[in-house]
Design a protein around this ligand. Structure first.
Ligand SMILES: Nc1nc2c(ncn2[C@@H]2O[C@H](COP(=O)(O)OP(=O)(O)OP(=O)(O)O)[C@@H](O)[C@H]2O)c(=O)[nH]1
Ligand SMILES: [Mg+2]
Length: 405
């Protein structure tokens, strides 16, 4: 991993500099405003400093020590930062929220660090009896540190194979006497890199985008559509339409109709691929068309084929597919569901019901398993408020911060 700081007059300029030097896949880890130092600095305007990173798969080589000195301490990266995973896309950055006050997650992370340090001091006091044991003690400190972080990730239901993968990558670059902060910050930054660039819905100049929401029954597809459609209609003044294609339940169409009425936007029902073709023409002057599909059992072959037929009506370049998953579903079932939908099409991932679970390891696991971009998370039944673009920093903090602190 290469980590570098870039300064410029504006955040966008700093990001462009980072992009130029590190490439388009670089990820912004932190953004802050810096006042120029020294006497002459008094007369200069503050500049924006971003810390960007790129995974070069060759991390911590001979200059590992130097790179590590550039790694910010976990407190620094965990400071109230812009909320979003800040992939290097200026459009996405526009959507970033203002920095929040110190929040509970950061406090938990700090508490975790203190706890880990206390446990390590105790272990080292027991171990360090003589000079001769000093060497062993250093190794033990490293091992104990890593073990504690590892346990934390597994407790948050991260798959052990992915935990081992991250730990072995981090271990390669750790200095001989790495402290808890070194281990935590390396793991934190690696998790953010692995979560990758997020996928947000954006309006295109080239015509309407048809957004399919697919997934198992009752996960929150319709509610999520209502939240997103409200956001685009009310805040972004976009031209939005809805399509109900739930061929199994009348109530499903009624549910969507209610939202369409509240937002005063058009709704059409498409029961078959032919209907879908007609409605597509009708909505050709829209910015975004949200398509609600019937909740399906991933084991039902007939339903799977129906969905595949429906998707085929819209050419790939005009459509985006969002697989909606509940964060409360068992890991083994999530694997089966994602595999089943992978047979049909490429999708982006939305996780709902984060308010109903304290373990979010599955978000990381599913990202690794599918390679699909992460897009949104929802955390409550309130339309339109309980939704946000996936925030990799937040996920990394929660994974490391645990539930008991
Ligand atoms: N706690 C919580 N409940 C949610 C969330 N999102 C949706 N729900 C609730 O989950 C239930 C099902 O939501 P729907 O939007 O109807 O789910 P669906 O996937 O469209 O369901 P089907 O159309 O039957 O497949 C409703 O009671 C929603 O209020 C969330 O983020 N958190
Ligand atoms: Mg529904």
């Amino acid at each position: 991993m290469i980590i570098k700081k870039f300064q410029a007059r504006t955040e966008t300029e700093a990001i462009l500099l980072a992009k130029e030097e590190l490439g388009k896949d670089a990820i912004v880890m932190n953004i802050k405003t810096v006042k120029p130092k020294g006497f002459y600095g008094l007369f200069k305007k503050p500049v924006v400093e971003i810390t960007a990173a790129i995974d070069d798969n060759d991390s911590y080589n001979s200059s590992g020590e130097k790179m590590l000195s550039e790694l910010q301490k976990i407190q620094e990266v965990a400071k109230p930062a812009p909320s979003v995973a800040t992939a290097l896309n200026p459009n996405i950055l526009e959507e970033r929220e203002e920095p929040k006050a110190e929040n509970a997650i950061e406090k938990r992370l700090n508490d975790l660090q203190k706890l880990l340090e206390t446990q390590l001091v105790e272990k080292n006091e027991k171990a360090a009896g003589s000079e001769e044991q000093a060497e062993k003690s250093v190794n033990r400190k490293n091992e104990a540190c890593i073990q504690l972080v590892q346990d934390q990730l597994v407790n948050n239901e991260m798959d052990e194979k992915y935990v081992s993968q991250i730990i072995s990558e981090v271990e390669k670059g750790l200095p001989r006497e790495a402290g808890v902060d070194n281990v935590l910050s390396s793991v934190y930054q690696r998790i953010i890199l692995k979560l990758g660039q997020r996928k947000a819905i954006e309006i295109s100049e080239e015509g309407p985008k048809f957004l399919f929401f697919i997934g198992p029954t009752g996960v929150g597809k319709t509610t999520t559509i209502a939240k997103l459609a409200s956001d685009f209609v009310l805040k972004k003044k976009a031209k939005v339409a809805l399509i109900a294609s739930d061929t199994y339940r009348i109530a499903a169409v009624e549910q969507l109709k209610t939202y369409a009425n509240i937002l005063s936007i058009p709704l059409q029902v498409a029961y078959s691929p032919e209907d879908m073709g007609q409605v597509k023409e009708e909505f050709s002057d829209m910015d975004l068309v949200f398509i609600d599909t019937a909740g399906r059992s991933h084991q039902n072959q007939e339903q799977k084929e129906d969905l595949a037929e429906l998707l085929k009506v819209i050419p790939k370049e005009e459509r985006e597919i969002f697989l909606v998953l509940s964060a409360t579903t068992k890991y083994r079932d999530l694997l089966k569901i994602t595999d089943c939908y992978s047979d049909i099409a490429e999708y982006n991932l939305i996780f709902t019901k984060l308010d109903e679970t304290s373990c979010i390891g599955n978000i990381y696991n599913l990202k690794m398993h599918t390679g699909a971009p992460l897009s949104y998370t929802t955390s409550g039944q309130n339309v339109p408020d309980d939704i946000g673009i996936i925030d990799a920093q937040d996920i990394a903090k929660k994974l490391l911060g645990g539930n008991d602190y």
